[in-house]
Design a protein around this ligand. Structure first.
Ligand code: A2P
Length: 277
């Protein structure tokens, strides 16, 4: 059935091409999850390569024509034909206050050089991989849980996602459900991927900060696994400043060594950048 719309079609925002460290891409779709969160998908240049977990600069031109760019984790797998991003809307944020209004057909700036430490290359081999996230910090894991290498390297992959409210968990729930049904990755994900969620300001099945649940042991009881052990566990952390600081300390206190691209080790940390836009 055709639905009549009373909204006049607005003209698509086009960007006049200027040479720079970015390409001009087209928005393919936008989905708003809450009044604070949205997801968008853009075209991917044929030459654009990245490692799962990396971030890239995304932006729009300012009124003076100069680009305004922020770091965003790529939320789609490396084998996908387009690029996905998951963003917060900061009411006064210079970029996200405008970016939240993008629509299909609009143009957007995409950086050329993906980088980041939240990559499998920065971790030593292990048995169990924890991906600890809050809010939009789940974005890089949306890429990593769809990378076959994640499942080749680990026997068990545990994605934890903590948000303020239940509605903010929806993106992750849809993502994990779709991953488990995916033609390429579904079988591995069904066997190895565990999704653990909690909320801190709503009444949900599990309530509390993941850090408190690690310290109390509640997380491991829920999962039915032994507590953090640097001999077998590896940890990737992405979310708010507070989460990074506290989870990093938890890892250090338990004898985990922080890894990097140059020196792979037991855990890695990355900020969910645009939360501060
Ligand atoms: P809380 O509601 O107790 O602050 P935000 O939307 O502000 O980015 O937060 C996302 C989630 O991260 C919230 O559930 C929030 O819990 C949680 N959080 C904030 N700081 C920390 C921290 N230091 N350790 C663990 N979780 C945190």
């Amino acid at each position: 059935m055709n639905v009549m719309t009373t909204e006049p079609a607005r003209e698509k925002n086009k960007i006049s091409a200027k040479p720079g460290p970015y390409t001009i891409e087209t928005v393919l779709s936008v989905k708003h999850y809450t009044d604070r969160l949205f997801h968008f998908r853009i075209t991917r240049p044929a030459a654009f390569r990245f490692r799962s977990g990396e971030f890239i600069m995304i932006g729009l031109p300012k009124e003076d024509g100069k680009p305004l760019l922020r770091a965003y984790s790529v939320a789609s797998p490396f084998w996908d034909e387009a690029l996905d991003f998951y963003s917060i809307k900061v009411p006064d944020g210079p970029l996200t206050s405008r970016l939240q209004h993008i629509q299909e057909g609009d143009e957007i700036l995409l950086g050329k050089k993906p980088v980041g430490t939240l990559v499998l290359d920065a971790l030593k081999p292990g048995k169990r991989l924890y991906m600890v996230s809050t809010g939009t910090g789940i974005a890089p894991f949306a890429s990593l849980i769809r990378d076959p290498e994640t499942y080749e390297k680990f026997d068990e992959v545990i994605l934890t996602h903590t948000c303020r409210e239940l509605a903010e968990l929806k993106y992750g729930e849809e993502l994990v459900a779709a991953t488990k049904e995916d033609e390429l990755i579904g079988e591995m994900a069904r066997e190895k991927l565990v999704h653990f969620t909690s909320v801190t300001r709503d009444d949900g099945p599990v309530k509390g900060r993941v850090t408190d649940m690690i310290n109390s042991g509640e997380l491991f009881d829920h999962l039915g696994v032994p507590a953090f052990d640097p001999a077998v566990d590896r940890v990737m952390i992405c979310g708010s400043e507070g989460l990074l600081k506290d989870t990093r300390q938890i890892c250090l206190d338990r004898g985990f060594v922080e890894g990097s691209n140059a020196a792979p080790a037991d855990f890695v940390v990355e900020k969910a950048f645009v939360a501060t836009d």
